[in-house]
Ligand binder design. Structure first.
Ligand code: ZN
Length: 460
């Protein structure tokens, strides 16, 4: 009888079926999956009974370093507690964005010292004249490239002018990686905010009113057309509105290789929550009206949205509370890595809206496919043994004060949830045991993108 390093028992969520079975893990990989529940032997036996063993969540949209108080240790600890086994960290770091190889290599080194779970790194380009870094960043292992049509910060998070976007798309196409965009129309938003401030209309929902749906859809429409002519693989991040998905579907039919994500707040909150919670519920793009949120759900159920991400942005009261009397002064973004997976489980699988298999596709399989991350995203032989174990019957209440992230401000504080992460496993090792994180910083690995040079792949 063969002995494995670890044997995992439970309700295994495989690609095509859910089985009561066993997984034999050797050297961090799934070596066998068995329907019998008594015969595999391992150095460590983990029996989860009736709990689901999902592929670990892959969160493609995380901002560790938008706030230097956060960083890899707290975000990846929080992610581990939230069932996330791999995340893709955004390039808009403070003070310096990851728009050159030197910055990228520095970040890889830090990651290898501090990560609790596995991490891929996004690259970006500077506002002008930065496209020459695209090929070197791809070879250094960037997983994809993020750009913006909205100027959050002229240096760190700039609006990229159209001619630079076209140049970038041509080069990114050569790498085979994806070009992803924060898509909002800068001019309309800046103009509306000026007008609202002048008229002292600074109440919470003014944030939504100054970023109407057309500011998202018109920005996306331009990018779709650019992708049509350049042939680049396009990805639209944090879609907030169903009309955006309708446009994406039109261009998919014409052969444009475009994928999209929405984020958990756009599905679970609406503009009334912005009115109620103020800065805590402020994000970009903003929360939408209830009928628009319903439209987004319809698109999700129709499988027109590939994946769900958190857009984790770790702001504290010093960034959020200054917007109490003027919503425009608050930082945008919510923390999410620790609560996204259980929140989405609670609102889909627990309510019979999605099957466990559909849930696994949105949270893990599609993220790995869209971003071409090898050996991740499935409970399957030959894949990394990355699992999020969810007890579907456990009921608990979200307590923001217990978040492991620097950010402890969430509009979901106090919400009762059905479905709890009882264990997170990365490459066969328990990184979160249901109560505490059980590995040291540095256990998590850098996962290079698919265009990385061979000497970078498997550096650890
Ligand atoms: Zn973001």
């Amino acid at each position: 009888m063969k002995t494995f390093d670890v044997v995992v028992r439970g309700k295994l969520v495989l690609e095509e079926e859910v089985i009561n079975g066993e997984i034999g893990v050797k050297d961090g990989k799934v070596e066998i999956i068995s329907k019998n529940t008594t015969h595999l032997q391992g150095g460590k036996m983990l029996d989860f009974g009736n709990a689901y063993v999902f592929p670990g969540t892959i969160d493609v949209h995380v901002h560790c370093f938008s706030n230097p108080n956060e960083g890899f240790i707290s975000t990846s600890t929080s992610a581990a507690a939230g069932g996330i086994t791999t995340f893709l960290d955004m390039p808009y770091d403070l003070p310096n964005p990851v728009n050159n190889v030197e910055q990228f290599e520095k970040k890889v080194k830090k990651l290898e010292e501090e990560a609790i779970v596995d991490i891929c790194l996004w690259g970006t380009i500077s506002k002008k004249g930065g496209t020459d870094q695209i090929i070197p960043l791809a070879e250094a292992g960037a997983v994809a490239f993020k750009m913006s049509t909205f100027e959050t910060d002229a240096y760190r998070f700039p609006r990229i002018p159209d001619p630079e976007i076209m140049k970038a798309m041509d080069l990114i196409k050569e790498t085979g990686l994806r070009a992803a965009f924060h898509s909002e129309n800068d001019e309309i938003i800046v103009d509306l905010i000026e007008e609202y401030q002048r008229e002292n209309k600074v109440y919470p929902s003014a944030h939504m009113e100054t970023r109407p749906p057309v500011t998202e859809t018109s920005a996306v429409l331009k990018l779709l057309e650019f992708a049509y002519w350049t042939g680049v693989k396009l990805h639209i991040v944090h879609v907030s509105h169903p009309r955006t998905i309708e446009l994406i579907q039109l261009f998919k039919k014409q052969g444009v290789q475009v994928t999209s994500e929405t984020c958990y707040p756009y599905l679970l909150l609406d503009v009334h929550d912005l009115e109620k919670f103020g800065p805590r519920a402020k994000n970009n793009p903003p929360l939408r009206k209830p009928d628009e949120v319903k439209g987004l759900w319809d698109q999700l159920k129709a499988q027109n949205i590939e994946l769900i991400s958190s857009d984790h942005a770790p702001w504290g009261p010093e960034h959020k509370d200054r917007g109490k009397d003027n919503i425009f002064l608050s930082a945008s973004g919510l923390p999410g890595v620790e609560i996204m997976t259980p929140l989405m489980f609670d609102s889909t699988v627990a309510k019979g809206i999605l099957t466990p298999i559909e849930f696994a596709k949105l949270m893990s399989t599609h993220p790995a496919e869209v971003f071409q991350i090898p050996r991740k995203g499935k409970v399957a032989v030959g894949y990394d043994a990355d699992f999020a174990v969810i007890d579907p019957e456990a009921i608990w209440v979200i307590d923001e004060t217990k978040f492991r992230s620097y950010s402890k401000m969430s509009p979901f504080h106090g919400k009762e949830i059905k479905g709890k992460i009882i264990q997170t496993i990365v490459r066969g090792k328990t990184v979160f045991d249901g109560n505490a994180v059980s590995v040291k910083p540095g256990f998590g690995q850098f996962v290079p993108g698919s265009a990385a040079k061979e000497n970078v792949v498997g550096r650890k």
